[in-house]
Write a protein that binds this ligand. Structure first.
Ligand code: 6GU
Length: 214
């Protein structure tokens, strides 16, 4: 899968994409992340990407041309594949595990990060969907794009180690929240590991785990 991210702040992604599971997914060639700097598509010698809002008001609004040309360029880089273009915006539909599963089946995702007070609404005509990650306001779409990239990447077959994706898919709706885990020591301060988990009784352990899953 290719995941291209259009942003004014590509440096924000370096740590997240190059650490742990997402790094391993790249090393295994299961995913290829591309960072596209929106500034490169800015207008004029000052590479302007924003302007004042029609109708007046505070703040700046992202102009449509840099965003749309960046999207078209990203699409053209994977022109052999159908791209799903996702605009990260607090006005979008809240992202769910079902969305992550659906997106994990795509071969090309393009994540578009909004910034400043907003983006020109005409950009909406050039994307497939608008996604929010919850009912709160962030300063931009970068953190939400990382959330979407992480949730989708871990569902690509082969990315996770021992855990089977079948297990993750087993709940048709919502999220399968695993049972609690324990490791050594058997007693920490005055806290003991549940007896059943050290019993060696595999049937009883399976029952306990099932009962404590959400
Ligand atoms: Cl996608 N963007 C911003 N700016 N804030 C958000 C969000 C997105 N999702 C939740 N809050």
């Amino acid at each position: 899968m290719t995941i291209q991210i259009i942003t004014l702040f590509p440096e924000m992604f370096e740590g997240v994409l190059n650490t742990s599971m997402l790094r391993k997914a790249q090393e295994k060639k299961l995913v290829d992340y591309g960072l596209i700097n929106l500034r490169d598509y800015g207008i004029g010698p000052r590479k302007q990407v924003d302007d004042t809002p029609y109708g007046g008001g505070d703040g700046m609004v992202l102009r449509p041309e840099p965003l749309v040309v960046a999207i078209e360029d990203a699409r053209s880089k994977v022109s052999n594949q159908e791209s799903e273009v996702i605009l990260l915006t607090p006005r979008g539909a809240v992202f769910t595990q079902a969305d992550a599963r659906e997106l994990a089946k795509c071969s090309s995702l393009i994540l578009v990060c909004g910034r400043y007070e907003g983006y020109d609404e005409r950009v909406a005509k050039f994307v497939n969907r608008q996604v929010s990650i919850g009912d709160y306001v962030l300063t931009g779409g970068e953190l939400p794009a990382m959330v979407v990239a992480d949730a989708v990447t871990r569902l690509i077959p082969g990315v996770l180690g021992g855990e089977t994706s079948a297990e993750l898919e087993s709940f048709s709706d919502g999220v399968a929240k695993e049972h609690p885990h324990y490791t050594r020591p058997e007693q920490f301060r005055d806290l003991k590991v549940p007896e059943v988990l050290i019993s060696g009784n595999h049937e009883a352990i399976a029952d306990w785990r099932k009962k404590h899953s959400v």
